[in-house]
Design a protein around this ligand. Structure first.
Ligand code: BGC
Length: 825
């Protein structure tokens, strides 16, 4: 602890120290005016800054203050462009600073374990080297003005039951696959903060997992900053403080603070542990102040230019798009060709949903942009409905008749927003039936079809053989349309490369049972995720990791290795300026069962004018040759041969070499990396950490019926592709999180009493549960566009159920309300 912080700590009372480590409101930390300690302001950011207008609006029920909506990380990552990430980080930092934000809760850098992960759109890649390198640059950009908070440490791999699920992975998979993206950002960019994940990691909640936070994060990776919990991700605050969690978010109305004071008084929490966490908070405040001081010097430069940021969003969308298919060079299009657009291009999907959702500063107008690029009139038709998968023959016929008059058909492939939403895993593996049917009908016209794939991440793309061109845009931010036109009409050559694999079928992935609905999600596939599995096991894919076409052509003239890295010379031998992305993979011939054969260890994106030749260099770093030795639980460089290859993508090598490593040398100090697995729960036990949804199996039939009712309500809304997100969120929440997020409604004692009640075999007596659900809705969702479900959670019913003489109230009333209200929608 620094001297000056140490003396500040000694001036604080236990009460003051306790309030420092508990949040204040939804997005702030506590201040202690008497000691001149200010609070910090946090704001979400992944695709841009989400600063809510009202301090208590943590769920984003009201629109946030407008800011630049950049492409989602899953799209940005396809640019493989570190400089671009830095500039976007810088822009987000400036916008955050201008809104008086101290800490931007970004970027999100978890691995995409499975394409159906609901929050993949916010994550960079299935590869830790790519994710870690890009996120490091973004963090360096952000931290020019405000603190960054990469998240969610660690193994936040699914949205289903994310607040309770126990993600269990072997130490080797953690070390080789899940940790390195965090390792790179910590070592290369020293973020001021890290957010712990909601889930458990090998039996302990991430926020109270001492092994994860102390042994791995601080000791092994050398993290010097502060750790905050995810929102409502806290559990036992005493355990969290001991384990190394600095701050619990959001505020719990004094509950957590009181627990701390009690624990100190009873000797269950040592003051030295509290002091350490309070010191981390003070240091984080100092860092934030330092950033304010640094930016004061160049105030003019720090004022965000939203026009320039819009241009940056445009450049990012253009640089990130991936040309997946271009038969007979159908693209770029001749502006004199008659074009027909099919799909809802006016509502082009630009971003995902949840805490990352941004209120875009500027919006685009299809007609205005189309006019800029097209010299002759074009046709447009809807073709299908996004929220209803059934084929609408009228819409389809209209689209076909519009397409008949065109030379080229451009179809928008899109998913409803609920397929890229925090809190919900994806349900669709392929395009919806109506979109597939439409494309089949259009294909019968024998005209070229170009598919614009605006879906975050990989889908099966079974209609791929029917189209001539595919441009993957993903969720590409507030300048999506302009970028799409610019690429389609050849103003810029597509140069993005996939940051994830497109499998032929979802079932081809080794990860099975995704998402896991049981309490434990075993990562039995070890590190064999995405290309690490497909390439190692020779499973054919539709498009491999790193893949992407271009309008121009590149030639690798020369490559060679020296002790520092691989140098090469590349030439643009095509007819257009463009960017080449050279990838470096390392291969172990003798990889073990757990590891994959080849992994990405470096890359470079180079801009080349037509005919230009440039030299490139991909340096070796501490990750290039190290191997994790499971027996001795450490990384080492082993004597022997290693293969290195330069490639256009994982399946397309350009050049390879063998390197002989001389000395067997440790690359990391030996640390104990044998994470204890705490306990295994094979089935939900109906306790504080059980997601509410599971109480449908509660022995208390009244409680079970209310939950069943909510589930049916949710499922109906999901079927219509417009889920009631409030209901979805509530059903996946365990009571322990409800205590943290709604402290004025619930505390741990009350929650335990409720659990006891729900575990009591009975036909009645769930009024507490019903009252809770009702109040949560009334409190947080009354302004939401998602209406509160009526029966059986209406106030009238709760009031009747409250009367003690009405012991059967719960059950009877639900029945009667159901009868009155056969269709709860
Ligand atoms: C998300 C975090 C986010 C936080 C605050 C949580 O639900 O998981 O990524 O930063 O909310 O909005």
């Amino acid at each position: 602890m620094k001297k000056e912080i140490e003396s500040l700590i000694s001036d604080l009372t236990t009460d003051q120290k306790a309030s420092l480590v508990c949040g204040k409101g939804a997005f702030e930390s506590a201040s202690i005016p008497s000691q001149d300690i200010r609070g910090l302001i946090f704001s979400d950011g992944s695709q841009g800054v989400r600063k809510q207008r009202y301090v208590q609006d943590h769920l984003g029920m009201f629109p946030s203050i407008p800011s630049t909506c950049f492409p989602a990380a899953s799209t940005l990552a396809c640019s493989w462009d570190k400089k671009l990430m830095f500039r976007i980080g810088e822009a987000m930092g400036k916008e955050a600073a201008s809104l008086k934000v101290d800490v931007l809760l970004a970027p999100a850098i978890n691995m995409m374990r499975h394409p159906m992960g609901g929050r993949n759109f916010e994550y960079f890649s299935e590869d830790p080297c790519l994710a870690g390198e890009l996120a490091s640059s973004m963090i360096q950009g952000i931290q020019k003005t405000v603190s960054a908070c990469p998240k969610h440490f660690l193994l936040n791999s699914q949205e289903t039951f994310r607040m309770s699920v126990d993600e269990q992975a072997s130490m080797q998979s953690i070390m080789e696959y899940y940790l390195p993206a965090f390792e790179r950002v910590i070592k290369q960019s020293q973020p001021d903060w890290i957010m712990s994940a909601y889930n458990k990691v090998n039996g302990e909640y991430a926020s109270e997992n001492a092994f994860l936070l102390k042994q791995i994060l601080r000791k092994q990776l050398g993290f010097q900053g502060a750790v905050m919990s995810d929102w409502g991700g806290g559990n036992d605050i005493i355990k969290a403080i001991r384990a190394g969690s600095t701050l619990e978010m959001p505020a719990t109305n004094g509950q957590s603070k009181n627990e701390i004071l009690k624990a100190v008084e009873e000797g269950r929490l040592e003051v030295k542990d509290l002091d350490k966490r309070a010191a981390e908070m003070l240091e984080a405040i100092q860092k934030a102040d330092q950033r304010i001081e640094e930016r004061k010097g160049s105030l003019k430069d720090q004022t965000p230019s939203y026009r320039y940021h819009h241009q940056l969003a445009f450049a990012a969308a253009r640089k990130s798009a991936v040309l997946l298919k271009n038969d007979d060079n159908i693209l770029p299009l001749d502006p004199m060709k008659r074009v027909c657009f099919i799909g809802d291009f006016e509502h082009f999907p630009i971003q995902g949903n949840g805490s990352a959702a941004v209120n875009p500063k500027f919006t685009e107008n299809f007609k205005v942009i189309a006019k800029k690029y097209l010299n002759i009139p074009y046709k447009k038709s809807l073709g299908y409905r996004l929220h209803d998968e059934s084929v609408d023959s009228k819409l389809e016929l209209r689209a076909i008749s519009a397409a008949k008059k065109a030379d080229v058909i451009i179809v928008l492939a899109a998913f409803p927003l609920c397929e890229s939403t925090e809190g919900l895993d994806r349900r669709k593996a392929d395009l919806p039936e109506n979109q597939k049917h439409l494309i089949q009908s259009l294909a019968a016209l024998n005209k070229p079809i170009i598919l614009i794939d605006a879906i975050a991440g990989a889908i099966e793309l079974s209609i791929e053989p029917l189209v001539q061109g595919i441009l993957y845009t993903g969720l590409s931010g507030q300048s999506s349309l302009e970028a799409m036109f610019s690429l389609l009409f050849g103003e810029f050559s597509p140069s993005g490369k996939l940051a994830f694999s497109f499998a032929c079928h979802m079932d081809d992935h080794l990860v099975t049972n995704f998402p896991q609905k049981e309490p434990i999600s075993y990562h039995s596939e070890q590190t064999k995720v995405g290309y690490r599995y497909f390439h190692t096991e020779h499973i054919p894919v539709r498009y491999p990791f790193g893949y992407g076409l271009s309008y121009t052509e590149f030639h690798l003239n020369f490559a060679g290795a020296n002790k520092d890295g691989i140098c090469f010379e590349i030439e643009n031998v095509g007819n257009m300026d463009g960017d080449a992305i050279i990838q470096l993979y390392r291969k172990w011939e003798d990889h073990d069962e757990v590891s994959s054969e080849e992994v990405l260890v470096g890359f470079e994106r180079i801009h080349l004018k037509k005919g230009q030749i440039k030299k490139g260099f991909i340096p070796f770093d501490e990750y290039t040759f190290r191997r994790y030795l499971p027996q001795s639980k450490r990384f080492a460089i082993l004597k022997g041969e290693v293969n290195l290859k330069l490639a256009w993508n994982i399946e397309e090598p350009i050049w390879s070499t063998r390197i002989f490593l001389k000395d067997g040398e440790d690359v990391q100090p030996e640390v104990e990396t044998n994470m204890p697995v705490h306990y295994r729960k094979s089935a939900w036990k109906m306790d504080l950490e059980t997601p509410l949804e599971e109480f449908a199996h509660s022995p208390n039939r009244a409680a079970a019926k209310s939950i069943e009712w909510l589930i049916a309500y949710r499922d109906r809304s999901l079927k219509k592709n417009s889920p009631n997100l409030a209901v979805c969120a509530l059903l996946s929440m365990p009571l322990k999180s409800i205590c943290k997020l709604y402290p004025d409604l619930m505390n741990f004692d009350k929650a335990q009493a409720l659990i006891d009640q729900m575990n009591e075999p009975s036909e009645s007596g769930c009024s507490e549960l019903i009252r809770l659900i009702h109040t949560v809705f009334k409190k947080d969702f009354s302004n939401s566009k998602d209406p509160m479900p009526l029966a059986p959670f209406n106030l009238e019913f709760v009031e009747t159920a409250r009367k003690p003489e009405d012991s059967q109230a719960g059950f009877v009333s639900i029945q009667s309300l159901k009868d009155k209200n056969p269709n709860p929608d």
